[in-house]
Design a protein around this ligand. Structure first.
Ligand code: MG
Ligand code: MG
Length: 286
């Protein structure tokens, strides 16, 4: 256990965090729009095209487009697709469980966030109870992971909190008569973010040995659990991007870019900065 081998978490200055908020707001607004566009009959390519227009109209650059050759401004992952779904000719239908991931750059600073939804609404006639459950419980787990962050804390508290939340939610669903099985994906994890989309450290969504590096004030991290309704094994399709579950189970994915401030947290990709979810830990920079 050498201290030198621990990836250090970069600390941003308040001015840099404020700059990242601008990118985060573009991502937040684009995802809110995309949620409305993800209706039955829409193709994932149409949603992507409108998102690219929204990002550029805000004066930002889509960070996914061209990233290692990626052909979209969003990743749109449907049903058994976990992450990195490539927008294309697929037509959404009511009851699809869709995750939309968005990244934008403003003045060199990155924001990265994702949400999941059920096409036609979670109360719609085509919505499956287990899809609604995994969608809601993955979001709950993301917020549990975010709340585990504080200046001077340890990074691996995030994964422990995510895993604990998923377990608790599953137990609650079972008590309520919905016998869901949840798998927390391990091959894809959260990450540091700033002048690049993906920076050190990795942020596992499950309990790992060791406490991980110290979280400094000014840390900016993307917290992004992915939870399936089955096993955790995944494979990548021939398009070299789209990650699907091996067992065909559907999956949900939520993500926010979070800044650790002196007195708490600022969720840079939430329109309200995380105020509604964080309570006393909500501490945006002035
Ligand atoms: Mg993302
Ligand atoms: Mg990410």
């Amino acid at each position: 256990m050498s201290l030198l081998r621990r990836p250090k978490i970069e600390a941003k200055s308040p001015a840099q965090v404020r700059a990242m908020r601008e990118a985060g707001l573009v991502v937040a607004r684009t995802l809110q729009l995309a949620r409305g566009w993800a209706t039955a009959g829409a193709t994932t390519a149409e949603i992507d095209r409108r998102a690219e227009q929204a990002i550029r109209a805000a004066g930002a650059t889509p960070s996914f487009l061209g990233y290692h050759g990626f052909r979209g401004s969003l990743c749109i992952s449907v049903n058994n697709e976990v992450v990195h779904g490539v927008p294309g000719s697929r037509v959404l239908v009511d009851g699809d469980l869709v995750s939309i991931d968005c990244g934008a750059i403003v003045e060199g600073w990155h924001g990265d966030a994702a949400l999941s939804l059920v096409v036609g609404g979670e109360h719609g006639p085509a919505a499956r109870a287990e899809d609604v459950a995994v969608m809601q419980d993955t979001e709950t787990a993301m917020w549990a992971g975010i709340r585990a962050l504080f200046a001077g804390g340890r990074l691996h508290a995030v994964g422990a909190a995510v895993e604990g939340s998923v377990r608790a939610s599953r137990a609650e669903r079972h008590r309520a008569g919905l016998p869901v099985s949840y798998g927390i994906v391990e091959e894809y994890v959260g990450h540091g973010i700033g002048t690049s989309m993906h920076m050190d450290p990795h942020v596992p969504n499950y309990a790992v040995k060791g406490k991980g590096p110290v979280v400094p004030m000014g840390a900016t991290l993307a917290i992004e659990p992915m939870v399936t309704l089955g096993g955790i094994a995944t494979r990548t399709l021939d398009d070299e991007w789209t990650v699907v579950t091996v067992d065909g189970a559907r999956a949900a994915h939520w993500e926010h870019t979070v800044a650790v401030t002196e007195k708490g947290l600022w969720v840079l990709t939430a329109q309200d900065g995380g105020a509604a979810q964080l309570g006393a830990a909500f501490a945006p920079l002035a």
